[in-house]
Design a protein around this ligand. Structure first.
Ligand code: ATP
Length: 309
């Protein structure tokens, strides 16, 4: 693995981007270094694509600054170090896979060898196929291969595995990891925790145009380990005692069932039992990613020792 470059691959400082009344990004500051595999996680409309479009120079920020290798992302000198694949892919349908890779590679001073690249992405058997005859998943793999053909030092992949089956997704993850191991910065956006878990070393969680969390993968996974503890309370007044527990983010009641969203379900269950709360029908289940986001911003640590008040 190469050492980190003294100039970061990309730097965003106080970046806001609005579209009329919509604030797609809201005062975001972020530094992306070479050698990092960064997962950008967030629900629909979080601002992920907008962030990538600013880094790649497709859009300008409304406020703040974006630098790509220390320069304006619109400068040709910085863009030559960048590889991207858009969410929707347009490939010339009559060209063969090998021809497209050769063609795009020819625009760069030192492209990856075509045979090596199509092998990395599991496309060797399709090298002589016209791209118009590829399946959606095969096109997607080719698009990601094209993003790295020029040996970019930063690669932005917006939802690269959308539409891929499990095997194709693994091939793509493997290829992306292999490329990043050469020392590049790779940024992958996804809605899926599983994808981020498989790929990323650093995770940036974004929602509502803001960075909610930016940390290494184990730390983020611990934070998004939110769960629901569901139960029917014999005395509904016990709900207020549940709210005061350490790690509890939210308590909701529907159809007589109380649902406690918590970052520490074990502690909640222990406290309920120790506190002699009368209940029936206890269930513990994983929270959705959106609930996990809430867990990241919700109040935690308000009560010591997980004791019931
Ligand atoms: N060209 C545009 N015109 C108007 N609004 C836009 C435009 N591009 C993005 N937005 C809005 O900005 C917000 C952020 O969108 P963005 O596409 O960056 O989110 P995202 O996290 O990439 O979502 P997805 O996961 O669905 O791709 C959304 O509210 C979106 O509707």
């Amino acid at each position: 693995m190469s050492t980190t470059s003294p100039v970061p691959a990309a730097v965003l400082e106080g970046v806001t981007r609005t579209f009329d009344a919509v604030t797609a990004l809201d005062d975001v500051s972020l530094t992306l270094e070479e050698g990092q595999l960064v997962g950008m996680l967030g629900p629909n409309g979080a601002g992920k694509s907008t962030l990538l479009s600013l880094v790649s120079g497709l859009r300008r920020p409304t406020r703040g600054t974006v630098r790509l290798f220390g320069r304006d992302p619109r400068d040709a000198a910085s863009r030559i170090l960048l590889g991207t694949t858009p969410q929707e892919t347009g490939l010339p349908g009559t060209l063969k896979v090998r021809e497209v890779v050769d063609f795009v590679g020819a625009h760069y001073p030192s492209p990856l060898p075509t045979g090596e690249l199509i092998e990395m992405f599991g496309l060797t058997d399709l090298a002589s196929r016209q791209t118009g005859g590829l399946s959606g998943g095969q096109k997607r793999r080719l698009a990601v291969a094209l993003a790295i053909v020029g040996r970019p030092r930063i690669v932005l992949l917006d939802e690269p595995t959308t539409g891929l089956d499990v095997d194709a997704r693994r091939v793509l993850w493997e290829a992306v990891r292999g490329y990043q191991a050469s020392g590049a910065c790779v940024v992958v956006t996804s809605h899926y925790l599983e994808e981020i878990e498989a790929l990323a070393q650093r995770v940036v969680v974004i929602d509502g145009g803001r960075v909610l969390a930016d940390d290494d993968l184990p730390t983020i996974l611990a934070r998004v380990g939110a769960r629901h503890v569901r139960l029917t309370l014999a005395d509904p007044a016990d709900e207020t005692r549940l709210r005061g527990l350490d790690g509890v983010v939210d308590v909701t009641i529907a159809d007589g069932r109380t649902s406690v969203l918590t970052t520490d379900s074990d502690a909640v269950v222990r406290a309920i039992v120790r506190g002699d709360v009368d209940f029936t029908g206890l269930e513990v289940r994983g929270a959705s990613l959106e609930e996990a986001f809430l867990a990241m911003t919700g109040p935690t640590g308000t009560t010591a020792n997980g004791a019931l008040r």
